[in-house]
Write a protein that binds this ligand. Structure first.
Ligand SMILES: *Cc1c(COP(=O)(O)O)cnc(C)c1O
Length: 407
């Protein structure tokens, strides 16, 4: 069974989780260098990082603009910081928030725009520059949990704004087991973040061993021979922790969201940061290979090729992604639908988002996005490609026979 997600962990990473001695400060230094930023400040989760960033900026009762098509925890952090989320529909034909709609939503209460490079496709930095020029009171924050160091025409997205937020759990482009990071070139903001962090976060020695064991379990569970079995176990809820890590009906945080990472997470993070460039290049090569192999048969399903994308999730757009998922699973390949929801439509947000929208492009993404595994070698990719083509072919046959029958 080929799982959709597989963290790129080496044996050394796993050993480091148990025996590594890197400090959180060392991890921050290496991460800041990797992202070419002056400062990196570590947190227990990306959402904790975002929550405390909004506090460090002194924001309360303000409006924060964010995509409707994004990870729901981004909205949670905004609400729990005492601010109001303003959701924006996706751009036609792409995955990112429509920046014309974002600009139109700016009011005098707007404090920030959470620019997000969904699935690793870089957000349009030229358009963001123009918005910043016209509305200097609005801070640009980069949510880099999908993109990490994606580039818009050669400019790294994480550097284009006041600060960037990263999530580092095992489903991301690189991992420190759990954890989150903020990078910034602003000395004052970095100092304020460190001060707020020392006030809010607890250091718990006990977190290290638990996290190391968790990483080993995750690495084992997501390796192909074991994954088939795990997939069955998952129906019993045992691996929910890294597949579904929020509750649809609640706006809340994990109970350890204020417990700071320790040396286990830092040691893995240091090693993963050092391999970041190599791993991203591999993903880009694999994405190009998928494009070349699937282009003939499914030209309309391919996302636009964008230089500088980092492909946190390789995307196809098809009419019936659920069918692809279930058919592929029967053939030993796990496909997925990373974001199959529109945040303002979720029960916990309906009231808060009343009067916002509509979100037709986000709904279209919800109906059509299919995520392929993007790890491993060409042989694995060939298996995935074979399965996807097979399903596409049988659907073509199915549709054309239905057509002749009806007419
Ligand atoms: C994963 C993710 C985050 C932060 O995730 P945490 O689980 O809190 O570390 C933020 N934004 C997006 C778009 C994400 O996918």
């Amino acid at each position: 069974m080929i799982p959709r997600l597989r963290p790129q962990l080496t044996l050394c990473d796993l050993v480091a989780a148990f025996a590594g001695r890197n400090s959180v400060e060392e991890f921050e230094t290496v991460f800041a260098e990797t992202m070419q930023q002056a400062h990196a400040v570590a947190f227990p989760y990306g959402r904790t990082a975002q929550l405390l960033l909004l506090e460090a900026m002194g924001l309360k009762d303000r409006e924060i603009i964010l995509p409707a098509y994004t990870c729901v925890v981004v909205a949670h952090a905004i609400v729990l910081s005492g601010n109001r989320p303003v959701f924006i529909d996706s751009e036609p034909g792409g995955f990112n928030m429509d920046l014309d709609l974002a600009e139109a939503a700016v009011t005098e209460r707007t404090a920030a725009i959470m620019a997000t490079s969904i699935h690793g496709y870089p957000v349009d930095l030229d358009r963001l520059d123009a918005i910043r020029e016209k509305h200097p009171h609005v801070a640009i924050l980069q949510d880099c949990a999908h993109s990490f160091a994606a580039e818009w025409q050669g400019r790294p997205v994480q550097k284009a704004g006041l600060a960037a937020i990263f999530g580092l759990n095992v489903s991301k482009l690189m991992t420190s087991i759990f954890g989150g990071m903020i990078t910034t070139d602003d000395n004052e903001l970095a100092a304020r973040l460190r001060e707020i962090r020392s006030r809010h976060l607890m250091r718990e020695g006990g977190r290290n061993l638990g996290r190391a064991v968790y990483l080993t379990a995750a690495a084992a569970a997501l390796s192909p021979p074991v994954f088939g079995m795990v997939k069955r176990i998952s129906e019993m809820g045992l691996i929910d922790r890294f597949i579904r890590y929020y509750d649809e009906s609640l706006i809340d945080m994990p109970k350890d969201y204020l417990s700071q990472i320790g040396r286990a997470e830092a040691s893995v993070g240091v090693r993963q940061s050092r391999r970041y460039r190599v791993n991203i290049q591999r993903r880009r090569d694999l994405a190009a290979y998928y494009d070349a192999s699937l282009g003939d048969m499914m030209p309309n399903a391919l996302p636009p090729l964008i230089d500088g994308a980092t492909y946190s999730h390789y995307v196809l757009r098809v009419d019936d992604p659920e069918t692809y998922c279930s058919e592929a699973l029967r053939r030993g390949v796990e496909l997925g639908r990373l974001i199959d929801y529109c945040v303002p439509d979720m029960p916990s947000y309906r009231e808060l988002a009343r009067g916002q929208g509509p979100f037709p492009e986000t709904h279209r993404l919800n109906r059509t996005v299919l995520n392929l595994p993007i790890w491993g070698d060409k042989a694995k990719a060939d298996r995935v490609i074979g399965v996807v083509k097979d399903i596409a072919r049988s659907r073509l046959v199915h549709h054309s026979s239905a057509y002749t029958k009806d007419h």
